[in-house]
Ligand binder design. Sequence first.
Ligand code: ADP
Ligand code: MG
Length: 744
Amino acid sequence: MEMEAGETLTMGMEAEDLSLSSEKPPAMAMEPPKIHRLEPSVVNRIAAGEVIQRPTSSVKELVENSLDAGSTSISVVVKDGGLKLIQVSDNGHGIRFEDLPILCERHTTSKLSAYEDLQSIKSMGFRGEALASMTFVGHVTVTTITEGQMHGYRVSYRDGVMEHEPRPCAAVKGTQIMVENLFYNMTARRKTLQSSNDDYTKIVDLISRFAIHNVDVSFSCRKHGMNRADVHTSGSCSRLDAIRSVYGLAVARDLMEITASDDDPSRSIFNMNGFISNANYIAKKTTMVLYINDRLVECTALKRAIEIIYAATLPKASKPFIYMSIILPSEHVDVNVHPTKREVSLLNQENIVESMQGAIESKLMSSNTTRMFQTQTVCPSASGALVAHKDAQLSQSSGSKTQKVPVHKMVRTDSLDPVGRLHTYLQVKPLGSQENKTDLASVRSAIRQRRNPKESSDLTSIQELLEEIDANTHAGLLEIVKQCTYIGMADNVLALLQHNTRLYLVNVVKLSKELMYQHALRRFSHFNAIQLSNPAPLYELLMMALEEDELACEGDGPKEEIARRSCDQTYVELLKENAELLQDYFCIQIDQEGNLQKLPVVLDQHSPDMDHLPQFVCSLSNDVNWDTEKECFQTIAAVLGNFYAMHLPLLPNPSGDGLQFYEQQTQSKTIRGKGSEVLTTDEPNERDLISEAETAWAQREWAIQHVLFPSMRLFLKPPNRMATDGTFVQVASLEKLYKIFERC
Ligand code: ADP
Ligand code: MG
């Protein structure tokens, strides 16, 4: 029961979320409905539907059972996407004759007896639910033979029990399990699955994933009636050979081996090895095959983190191929958090994800080294001010340990203990020692050059701009952005960050503007495109921008001048004249009719707020210096930076002072509505407006935490001015606070 509660609690959240969106029952007084106990058969079928969600889940459970049984050969046959037949045959240890009667009952297992065993469980199954579930939603037939027996037994099951006594039959070593007519008693699910028709592909994908990890097991997977297997491995080859035979030569050719490890209990303990794609690999979708303690799992956070690294290093934003096997102490992994065991939860997940990012980054960089630059040498500063160890993270080779201690651990230590003191975190290098390091920009341009030598030959202006960014980087702030922990938004504009023992308020709008500017230059001429659903006429956008401006500051001289000129369509013509440049270098596509068609993806997973589109077009026509190449690129990047920055949503924040705005709106409507009908805050429009605002604000906050800050850590080179223009403000030093608390 403890195990079930573990799952239901995590699932409960989803159920609650869903109920928010569904309609509420009418509030009128009703007789409370009588509560009764569900029939066991109903309970079992509901539970089974959760464990076996689609044919693939069934295949996964069966193959995992075969692996648990020590098989060295597993073959899978599928008919009709798994709905008609799934048959998994193995050469494992088989099932005892006397166990057959309870084999398919719920909670019967040979792998677990006490709850505590879960901590150290090595097998893939443990709940004794998979086979039972299959018998509640399909027809299961088991044929098995154990070592030393003269013949095997065959028996069919329904709803957890045997349909007849086991019948002796001829059998080869191991077990064969057949599941027929899956979901025969769940019409809706069967119909959806029938029409989706892609389960066989999913099954092939699943077996491929099993095959490249379990290289000493021979796998095959084929459609019923076909001779040719769609996956086939020999069971005695290297990992790379297995990847080659499953995913093809084109994938295997572009892979690099990677390893990383850590054994510092205060941070994380793990051992990782794997293969990752290099710069030549091109794919639209990420393939991530992740094993944690030999268990095939998913980890969205890790996948995202890796994609970010690739997006930075490969200008064409190719998605990676990743095979990764991570071994952790088993007590650090909770395997019982998901009904299909698809996800696991890890101790110190953040630190592990960070280490992986570091390892992959340095691997990608070292494989592409072209230009070296010398880092600044650091000298200890007396005041304990910010000290530079520029790109220290990047210089860590995979597998080596970093000096970093997680901030949350640090503040809990005794203030007398050196671990709690700031100097522990300063990485001091002897004067004169210099290291060679790669920088991201040079790697990127090298890759570009290889891909398109002509195109990059005359990009000196862009190189210069990127070098200026490097030269103008504030070393102390760089250290903060690389190492900080995001705590949350302090208000609409300021985010709270913790770095070592200090707290900072950071202006998110300014920060994102700079990040987008730098990114626009880095991705120069290599943007992916955002296609506008409707082409936007530049002329109208310009007029809108002018109207907004005039509202803001009632028409002064130059504004009228602009208005006149733009009415003449001069500006539209100007943009049309430069359309080729805008499209080739910045992916801003303007068609012959003067419509905006496409915008660039400046930062992955982020698109600009279209409410600012008029302002963007206006700046593009006003603020760009078209005459000199370098300034032209710089000003366009700045205009893009401004547009893509994380501005405040147009609607005020309903959870703050902004609520007044909505109340005022309502009041004015109520006044207008007087005499005819009374309008209240319940009027749908008002609620729509508030919920629209809530969504916009929630999305922004999510993007700040999950898109802006992760990219900032990796890519932002904070310019010197940010130290003084209010972008970063130090608000507290935890050390001092700690002392104050101690005195209390
Ligand atoms: P679990 O894997 O969680 O124990 P299952 O319902 O998947 O639960 O399987 C129940 C039991 O049946 C397993 O514990 C195992 O002893 C036995 N079993 C299932 N499949 C096989 C197989 N292919 N070979 C040998 N034993 C098996
Ligand atoms: Mg199992």
